[in-house]
Design a protein around this ligand. Sequence first.
Ligand code: SF4
Ligand code: SF4
Length: 207
Amino acid sequence: MKPQRTKSTPLAKRECGPCRACCQELKIAAPELKKKAGVLCRHHTGSGCGIYAGRPLVCREFLCGWRLFEELGDDWRPDLSGALIVKRAAADMPKQFRGAEYGISIVVTGGEAAIRRPGFAEYIVSLLKRGIAVNMSAASPSTLLNHHLEPEAAGRNLEATRNTLARLYRMLKAARWKRGPMMLWHLYRLEVERQKALMEKRLSKNS
Ligand code: SF4
Ligand code: SF4
């Protein structure tokens, strides 16, 4: 299934505008710039990059998914959609997904409303059907959605898919920034959820 298309500005004309999601949400560990995820870069003035002309290479080379993928309409700009989509090399994804063109990480910054927004579940399903690995997070940790959703079934029942994504999001958000035993507890809960989904997939294949 194709994601729901919305009005789209040609990619070459897409500008970040007031969005600053990548300057805030992503971890940067380049020699010339280091910052934690979820912390606005010290060079951001509040209205844009204060060192734009001389910004580090890592920033010059970065384009979020909204600026890369034409299938995402204008309303997918990260500050509007609450979802920052990042293209990953397929080689960095789990082995069974390395044959795909690329992988995707989605950082949900807009809460459950971003998950339930029209087009979100449809886009996830379209990626899963193409065999693309999709990691979703509320910053850190993340979970691989391919383990939780069976593409055909997810496409047939989008309401159930939204509910699954929302449930996972709540677990990811609860785990956000936790450390030590608390993080282990949340990871355990995600793993139980993953095992349940795998079991259900196996049962539906055998029935
Ligand atoms: S997340 Fe995308 S649209 Fe937003 S500032 Fe970064 S590159 Fe621009
Ligand atoms: S240097 Fe500029 S473009 Fe790079 S993360 Fe900081 S504010 Fe954003």
